[in-house]
Design a protein around this ligand. Sequence first.
Ligand SMILES: C[S@@+](CC[C@H](N)C(=O)[O-])C[C@H]1O[C@@H](n2cnc3c(N)ncnc32)[C@H](O)[C@@H]1O
Length: 256
Amino acid sequence: MTQICYSKSAQYKDLGTIYAQCSGPGGLQLSDFMAQKMGLKGGARLLDIGCNRGIQTCFLAKEYDVDIVGIDPWDDRMHGDPMVEHTRRNAEKWGVSHRVLAQKIGVPDTYFAAESFDFVHSTTALEMVRGINGEEGYLDCLREILRVLKKGGVFGLGEPMHLDVPLPKDLEPYVSYGDFSWKECFRDIHSTVADVKRAGFQIVESGYAPDAWAWWMEFAEHDPFCKKDPGGDPKTLAVDNGRWTSFGYVIARKVD
Ligand SMILES: C[S@@+](CC[C@H](N)C(=O)[O-])C[C@H]1O[C@@H](n2cnc3c(N)ncnc32)[C@H](O)[C@@H]1O
């Protein structure tokens, strides 16, 4: 088991800014976690899927010395600016524009040449694709990731998941509403691992992140949409109280 060291992300202390620039639990700690679980190496070429405003992308480029293509097909919910424009602006601010290229595209239609990347990484993005396009749509994304990864390359998936327990009855209404209801989007670790295997990967390691609940609590406190709407995700998490919602990861390799 890799022992995770959070000294790189610990330098960035302004959680308000961090959570305003990404959109999910974990912030830069999650990026440290994924980078070390994947064994990210300086000089490698990484594809970051669902990079949002690119703060995690810039962090990885700067602190792990990798060249990154960040992709995101959506515009932000506040002003309608493309996420990739935020990513480009962040790359300038972080001094990594020579290492970060942002493209307004998404999985499964990336149009990259086969075997373009040493690493592919995605956090808190593919479960939304599952919510929109179902299990087959999710699998199409995983197959595309396999296609663009070099042989021997590593895929790191970090995703909101639920624990391997039945959904508590009193929680059900809180996770069943909206376009991306957690009930539709979230799976447990076993089902996610099975999907990654079905897509053709070899599993290296998987599990629930030990700090999953702390990351969700940080998200509830600092995410701008949570601050605006305490009756939304923060209320869901308060009702849950750690019984069902978690955050899982799968590290997988392309073997042939
Ligand atoms: C909840 S945010 C997560 C951002 C960030 N990776 C994080 O961990 O906080 C999910 C992002 O996935 C992007 N997204 C949605 N569908 C996508 C697709 N088909 N391919 C790539 N990204 C997608 C959205 O635009 C959004 O910016």
